[in-house]
Design a protein around this ligand. Structure first.
Ligand SMILES: Cc1ncc(COP(=O)(O)O)c(C=O)c1O
Length: 347
């Protein structure tokens, strides 16, 4: 059988044999009653790594962000985030639907705006205005090609936000990658925010689940919203065991994904019809601009050779490295793109 190299997302991984064993052997209970020891162990370990008082296991990264927003806002409030943030673009209007808040999508550069821009977006007290309540940042930043936000800039933004009376949330779906690439542990990043969401089902390779962490008080509120949003799960230890295994065994290896993403970008940068700067690849995401043909044409061409990528906007596609992509997979992907370049960019 021909191999398939699936670079569409780091969510496509299949649980390893050891992970499946941990899941099969997990001790479980009814987590809605607070009885599941595996879920509790996962929550405790996540809180410890993030340096927060408490953490809550949730079914998805989206739910992690949405319960954090709900916990920290009132209806009619405004939430500032960067204009290409996941919470704004890809959560189905969840903040409006679930929390009754509006998003202020502030234009940034590669996933981040300046303090001056944020200050300009914060509303003055006036009965005509919504109340600016929450600053939400994303790290690594998906649309910015897995960029690690500069730590000093995030520090300045969050302390400025606090001075202005705002609360803060970090969409840290790939905070594990940011921590390794920046050399700053997750807890240092998390310390800058009131609440942080993290995903186990992306680069770490667990089949299901995310968490949100913060003070005991924020997490108690988030817990209430998890139930209201239908995220209370019963013998969730089965899936939490996969997440716990991923957390313990797959965090350090993310550097391999980063090196492979860089290698992919280097190979692709030499090909006519494609545009990518390998120096922009901080972690496991590579966004490649196309200068000939449409992203869909490139996707279809390489798909016929067993390489899967996704169009990313009208003039680019995205490749993501992960647990199920090895060096041979990278070589195979580059070979498919070399052929595509000859055919589609005609040299
Ligand atoms: C930055 C970011 N935040 C949140 C999410 C949502 O995660 P989920 O797909 O588990 O809801 C994603 C998913 O790709 C993401 O990239």
């Amino acid at each position: 059988m021909n191999r398939v190299v699936d670079l569409r997302s780091d969510t496509v991984t299949r649980p390893t044999a050891a992970m499946r064993r941990a899941m099969a052997e997990a001790e479980v209970g009814d987590d809605v009653f607070g009885d599941d020891p595996t879920v509790q162990a996962l929550q405790e370990e996540t809180a410890r790594i993030l340096g927060k008082e408490a953490a809550l296991y949730v079914p998805s990264g989206t739910m992690g962000n949405e319960v954090a927003i709900a916990a920290q806002t009132e209806r009619g409030d405004e939430v500032i985030c960067e204009a290409t943030a996941h919470v704004f673009l890809y959560e189905g209007g969840g903040p409006a639907l679930l929390s009754g808040v509006q998003i202020y999508p502030l234009a940034g550069e590669r996933g981040l705006f300046t303090c001056a821009a944020m200050r300009g977006a914060v509303r003055a007290p006036d009965s005509h205005h919504p109340i600016t309540r929450l600053l939400c940042l994303e790290n690594t930043h998906n649309r910015a090609g897995g960029r690690v936000l500069p730590f000093a800039a995030v520090q300045e933004l969050t302390s400025d936000a606090r001075r202005l009376g705002l609360r803060t949330h970090l969409d840290g779906a790939r905070l594990w990658n940011a921590a390794l690439a920046s050399g700053k542990p997750e807890s240092e990043w998390a310390a800058l925010f009131d609440t942080v969401s993290v995903c186990f089902s992306k680069g770490l390779g667990a089949p299901v689940g995310s968490a949100v962490a913060g003070t005991r008080e924020w997490i108690a509120r988030a817990h209430h919203y998890r139930k209201r949003f239908g995220g209370g799960m019963r013998q969730a230890g089965i899936i939490a065991a996969g997440a716990l295994h991923a957390l313990r065994h797959h965090r350090a290896r993310l550097t391999e994904d980063h090196a492979r993403a860089r290698k992919l970008a280097e190979g692709l940068s030499a090909l006519p019809g494609l545009q990518v700067n390998p120096a922009d690849v901080d972690t496991n995401i590579v966004v490649v601009g196309v200068t000939r043909e449409s992203p869909a044409r490139w996707r279809d061409f390489v798909a016929e050779r067993g390489v899967r990528v996704v169009p990313f906007g009208s003039d680019a596609f995205r490749l993501v490295t992960h647990l199920d992509v090895d060096d041979a997979g990278i070589a195979c992907a580059l070979a498919a793109f070399r052929e595509a370049s000859k055919e589609l960019a005609g040299r």
